[in-house]
Design a protein around this ligand. Structure first.
Ligand SMILES: Cc1cc2nc3c(=O)[nH]c(=O)nc-3n(C[C@H](O)[C@H](O)[C@H](O)COP(=O)(O)OP(=O)(O)OC[C@H]3O[C@@H](n4cnc5c(N)ncnc54)[C@H](O)[C@@H]3O)c2cc1C
Length: 464
């Protein structure tokens, strides 16, 4: 078969790849996307979306237990884990099939198979029917990432799980150990703890949610402990002894090793980029540990070859992948897009309470030599938070004292993953405290706390 030619070939149909393909097609490019497993990638099938569906079940369960506080009756509260998982899988399936429709609507050619790059500008796809050759002057690598496995802590799907096992669990854990307290680890800890698993989180770094502002991590930790979670920081799981129905974990903390018996372990120790088997080394693509090295326009240094999303490194977030996809498609179509600004990409963790942030933490702003002003506003001072029955939380803002630039915003509490976008827009518009103070926030909303936090940085908070 003669090689099919396109203007742009995208490898991987996750939120990076399918978005790049659609934007390219919108701009008049002939585009093919190659996917070896499932449209929608990790995000829609095994990441962002199914976790949020499961966490929503946990949230409703938690609220049902609080029914009396709201003047309601809810007796015989329980759950059916299979039904919770079934709903989550259904939500994932619905969205993944939506991606298929969008690609079709935009006339993107979808090729199901595993791609590799035999030469510059060429793609070979192994399909059920054999190998197909394709070519394009622009090729976008969007192959994503998978769970990192540490020696001795490898998931087996029975008693030791990675995120895929945890999203389709073979049993409900009674005693759960979560290794790693990044967003993925904490979300699963929050889910299973809410459903009643006795949950311990072990984190090797100084504190849980290590990329967040220290004050927010400490606040979240207190809340998790109130909910019955055990948090062990500066601790390392050295070894797991696996039995038929239990696992003995050897945990080192403060120079001492203790053992701990659980029935389930979730390993959430990071991710590694899918860089293997593509022929990248032969093309001269630079790889740093497990991700492709790119410049601010996602160029790999090999002419016409771009890398976006998780395979191109941190932050490992779907919206970063999609934004890079749009930027690269515009570049390929001859446009002049702005490069991505990592400091304006928000991070959200959908545990209970939620955590969200954008920009510099207080410590990082100081390290960078900024003279700063910090504002804080607690949920307890906000009418909507009290009305919702969600009085625990904090909104913290960090400003450059000299210019008033909003350097960072950090939140913990109900719905903060929805609120953070207000500050993201502010940063994109290069706002200062003056515009934020002038903005009228609707009442009663949780967003009023965003205003009050800004006012507080200048000693002007009204409600606290
Ligand atoms: C449990 C979990 C929860 C998460 N929650 C969130 C969240 O709430 N918010 C958020 O922003 N991010 C979240 N993430 C991260 C998010 O899923 C990723 O950042 C995002 O999926 C990255 O998109 P991508 O397009 O780079 O890669 P992926 O989504 O990984 O897609 C890559 C695709 O490429 C395909 N592929 C790989 N190699 C080949 C090949 N050789 N040929 C053909 N196809 C190939 C793969 O099959 C895959 O479909 C979560 C991740 C996990 C694991």
């Amino acid at each position: 078969m003669a090689a099919r030619n396109f203007d742009m070939i995208v490898i991987g149909a996750g939120p990076g790849g399918y978005v790049a393909a659609i934007r390219g097609a919108q701009l008049g490019l002939s585009v093919a996307v190659v996917e070896r497993e499932h449209l929608g990638g990790i995000c829609l099938n095994w990441g962002c979306i199914p976790t949020k569906a499961m966490l929503r079940s946990a949230e409703v369960f938690h609220l049902m237990h609080r029914a009396k506080e709201f003047g309601l009756n809810a007796d015989g509260i329980g759950y059916d884990l299979d039904a919770v998982v079934k709903r989550s899988r259904g939500v994932a399936k619905q969205l993944a099939s939506g991606v298929g429709h969008l690609l079709k609507k935009n006339k993107v050619t979808v090729v199901m198979g595993a791609a590799s790059l035999p030469a510059r500008g060429k793609v070979a796809v192994r399909t059920d029917a054999g190998t197909e050759e394709m070519s394009a002057p622009a090729i976008v690598l969007a192959t994503g990432a998978r769970a990192r496995e540490l020696p001795g802590l490898e998931p087996d799907g029975k008693r030791v799980w990675n995120y895929k096992h945890a999203l389709n669990p073979p049993h409900m854990p009674k005693k759960l150990l979560v290794i790693g307290s990044g967003a993925i680890g904490i979300e699963f800890a929050s889910f299973f703890n809410t459903l009643g698993a006795e949950t311990t989180v072990v984190e090797v770094m100084e504190r849980i949610l290590p990329v967040e502002d220290a004050e927010i991590s400490a606040f979240a930790k207190k809340q998790f402990e109130k909910q019955g979670m055990t948090i062990r920081e500066k601790a390392t799981v050295k070894k797991l002894d696996r039995g038929a129905d239990k696992v003995t974990a050897h945990v080192e903390q403060g120079g001492k090793i203790e053992t701990m018996e659980v029935d389930t372990v979730i390993s959430a120790v990071g991710i590694v980029g899918n860089v293997e088997g593509l022929g990248l080394e032969a093309l001269g693509v630079k790889i740093d540990r497990t991700h492709v090295v790119t410049d601010e326009y996602c160029r790999t240094g090999v002419e016409g070859l771009y890398a976006i999303g998780d395979v191109a490194g941190a932050p490992w977030l779907a919206h970063k992948a999609s934004h890079e996809g749009v930027m690269v498609a515009e570049l390929v179509a001859g446009g002049h897009p702005h490069p991505i600004r990592p400091g304006s990409i928000a991070g959200c963790t959908y545990c209970h309470p939620q955590v969200a942030s954008v920009g510099l933490t207080e410590a990082r702003a100081k390290e960078k030599g900024f003279e700063i002003r910090v504002g804080r506003f607690p949920f307890i001072g906000n009418g909507k938070a009290i009305a919702l029955g969600e009085p625990e939380g904090l909104v913290k803002t960090v400003f450059d004292a000299k210019t008033g630039e909003l350097l960072g915003a950090h939140m913990v509490g109900a719905e903060v993953t929805e609120l953070i976008q207000g500050y993201v827009v502010g940063r994109a518009l290069e706002t200062t405290e003056a515009e934020l103070m002038e903005t009228v926030f609707p009442h009663p909303t949780l967003s009023e706390m965003m205003h009050e936090s800004v006012l507080d940085a200048w000693g002007r908070a009204i409600h606290f």
